[in-house]
Structures are given as structure tokens and as C-alpha cells.
Design a protein around this ligand. Structure first.
Ligand code: F6P
Length: 360
């Protein structure tokens, strides 16, 4: 009898801990005597006439894979297969090619490691093609619903906190206001956790419109009380004071975040008279080796995903809730998109520490 064969793919932006997830899946599957095919570049690998994959063996993972950033399978956060951009500028529904690719490889199920955008696409493909799907949440933004955390978030916060730790001494040496812009497409979780962990004076989140007067008053107050520097953490998705987005158009026509720190840094300098400097952390938050928390989470998620396949439970996403790994409907996780809870513990903690969140 031939072995059960499952596929695994990484989809959307990469983050730390993806290789640790893949490793855990391969280990668990090996104990069950299953084969694992790693699909190259997410669903794009299945779109090929000869689907691109790599057979994953335990021996591939006995080295540094647990510690290595990125994804050995490659990934993409572009090109919805239901409306795929073609070289001639048109858009084509290529979903049938992906479904055919999965069938060609004889995959009994696919484990998709992704964020909410990827899950929406994978779910649609699974429904159309009768593909059995299990999801594993990853995103540095930590905005996927029904799970308290996702692979990659902890590492991103660790990297951003370390950046703030490094900015503090230089801020103090030069009497400056240091601004650190962190990632977080539409949700401010990285900024909030980093700001608390790194002792920021001001944290600006996309969920709370800021007033430059409130920010300036806080910074002036810090200085008036005798401290010669201030630390400000800004989420990339914070809107400008006129309500406009800070997205920049790139050569490929896409609009992406990055740069709001400069706008607000300038406003702070004008409103306070203090010298400001801006650091935009960007993709550094994604490329690090995974933190121990992300390695543990990745390992537990990978094992649980294979167990779900073994139990025949599909269209489910593994999730972390109340110190346990559980599984939830993928649709529920997508629907429960998780912004920063303005009445939640961390917002309360920040305010109670005297951190200005921009509104007062
Ligand atoms: O969603 C994850 C994320 O890292 C966001 O925080 C960021 O805005 C975006 O991806 C960057 O995407 P790209 O890799 O396309 O630059």
C-alpha cells in the first residue's frame, strides 16, 4: 500500500519560525509513516505544468532548520490565483491549474501556513477543488482572529524591542526624540508590545487617531521632568493627521506602507522644538532567527496540524488559546480579524504606565 502523502506550503509574507513549522510537520508525519511534499512558492508552485515541489525528509531537518529565518519553500504575497496578473496586463482565473497541480501530486491534504489573506484564497481553492485543507497561522502582524498569537509575532517584537534598546543610549547621548517605525499592516500589535517592552513614552497605533498636540505635550512633559530624551514607537499603518494613508506607490504600481515615521517625526520637531531622528525597521522584523517562543509555537502548531489530518478534521486552523493548542474553523478565524482591543489589557497597561497613545 502506498504511503499517505501530504503537501505543505508557505503563503503570504515570510516571518521567523516558518522552517520550524515545516520541521515539526515532517517529524510528526514521519512518525506516522507519511510522505511530505513541500510546495515551492506557495500556490504558484502548483500552478506549473509540472508542479514544483520538494520531497521533505527528516534528514533535511536535523541541522539548523529550527533556528533558520525565512522559508526554505519560498513564498509570495502577490497574485490571487482567481485573478492572476498575466504578463500582457490582463487577469486570469488560474485556480483550476492549482487544483490540477494538487491532484497531480496525489496530495491527500494540504497544510497551508499563512495569514488571513492567504487563508481566504486557500479556502476558496479547497472548496472548489475538493482539497482537504488545514491552516497554520503565521504573521508578524498578529491580526488573525481566534488565536492569541501567530508564528512570527514574538520574534518581530523581540527584534523591534532590541532596536528600541539600541536607540535609547544614543537618544540620551544627544538629547533627542527617537522615533522607531515598526510594521503591522493595519493592526498595531507590534507597536504596542514593543513600546511597552522597550519603555516608550509615546506609542501610535492605527486603531487610535493621534493629535500632535497630545504627543508634543507628553514629550515636553518628559523633558520638563528632567529626562533629556524620549522614545516614540509608531506603527507603519498610522494615518496622517489629515486622515490620509502614508502608503507609497512602488514601481510595480502597488501601494505599501513605510515612512509615516518621517511625517510624524517632523511634526514632533516643529511642535516641541526638540531634535528628532527616525528609524524605519521594516523587513528586519521578519528576517531574524525565531525566538524560543516562536520555535515552541511553531513546533506545537506543526504537530497539531498533522494530527488534524490524521483525524480527518479539515477546513480547520490550529490556534493558541488559554495555554493550549486548539483548532477553529478557518472561516471563523478570518472573520474575527484581530485589531488592537482598545479596552484590552495592553492598552490599559500602556495608559497606566503613563505612555501617551496619541489621543490624550
Ligand atoms: O503582513 C506582514 C507584513 O510584514 C506587514 O507588516 C507589512 O506591511 C507587509 O507585510 C510588507 O509586505 P512586503 O513583503 O510585500 O513588503
Amino acid at each position: 500500500m502506498s504511503k499517505k502523502r501530504i503537501g505543505i506550503l508557505t503563503s503570504g509574507g515570510d516571518c521567523a519560525g516558518l522552517n520550524a513549522v515545516i520541521r515539526a510537520v515532517v517529524h510528526r508525519a514521519d512518525l506516522l509513516d507519511w510522505e511530505v511534499y513541500g510546495i515551492i512558492n506557495g500556490t504558484a508552485g502548483l500552478m506549473k505544468e509540472d508542479p514544483e515541489y520538494r520531497k521533505l525528509e527528516l534528514k533535511d531537518f536535523d541541522g539548523n532548520m529550527l533556528r533558520r529565518g525565512g522559508t526554505i519553500l519560498g513564498t509570495t504575497n502577490k497574485g490571487n490565483p482567481f485573478s492572476y496578473p498575466m504578463p500582457d496586463g490582463t487577469f486570469k482565473d488560474r485556480s483550476d491549474e492549482i487544483i490540477a497541480g494538487a491532484k497531480k501530486l496525489g496530495l491527500e491534504a494540504i497544510i497551508g501556513i499563512g495569514g488571513d489573506g492567504s487563508f481566504a484564497i486557500l479556502q476558496k481553492l479547497a472548496a472548489k477543488g475538493g482539497i482537504k485543507l488545514v491552516g497554520i497561522p503565521k504573521t508578524i502582524d498578529n491580526d488573525i482572529g481566534k488565536t492569541e498569537t501567530s508564528v512570527g509575532f514574538d520574534t518581530a517584537v523581540a527584534v523591534a524591542t532590541e532596536a528600541l534598546d539600541r536607540l535609547q543610549p544614543t537618544a540620551a547621548s544627544h538629547d533627542r526624540v527617537m522615533i522607531l517605525e515598526v510594521m503591522g499592516r493595519d493592526a498595531g500589535h507590534i507597536a504596542l508590545s514593543t513600546g511597552i517592552a522597550g519603555g516608550a513614552d509615546v506609542i501610535l497605533l492605527p486603531e487610535i487617531p493621534y493629535s500632535i498636540d497630545a504627543v508634543a505635550a507628553k514629550i515636553k512633559n518628559v523633558k520638563a521632568k528632567g529626562r533629556n530624551f524620549a522614545l516614540v514607537v509608531i506603527s507603519e499603518a498610522v494615518k496622517k493627521s489629515d486622515g490620509g494613508s502614508s502608503k507609497m506607490e512602488y514601481a510595480d504600481g502597488e501601494r505599501r506602507y513605510g515612512g509615516i515615521g518621517y511625517t510624524i517625526g517632523d511634526e514632533i520637531a516643529k511642535a516641541t522644538g526638540f531634535e528628532t531622528r527616525v528609524t524605519i525597521l521594516g523587513h528586519v522584523q521578519r528576517g531574524s532567527a525565531p525566538s524560543y517562543n516562536d520555535r515552541v509555537l511553531a513546533s506545537a502548531f506543526g504537530v497539531k496540524a498533522v494530527d488534524l489530518v490524521a483525524e480527518g478534521k479539515f477546513d480547520r486552523m490550529v490556534a493558541w488559546q488559554d495555554r493550549q493548542i486548539v483548532d477553529v474553523a478557518i472561516a471563523d478565524a478570518i472573520a474575527a480579524y484581530q485589531e488592537v482591543d482598545l479596552d484590552g489589557t495592553l492598552v490599559h497597561t500602556a495608559r497606566a504606565l503613563g505612555i501617551c497613545l496619541g489621543d490624550k
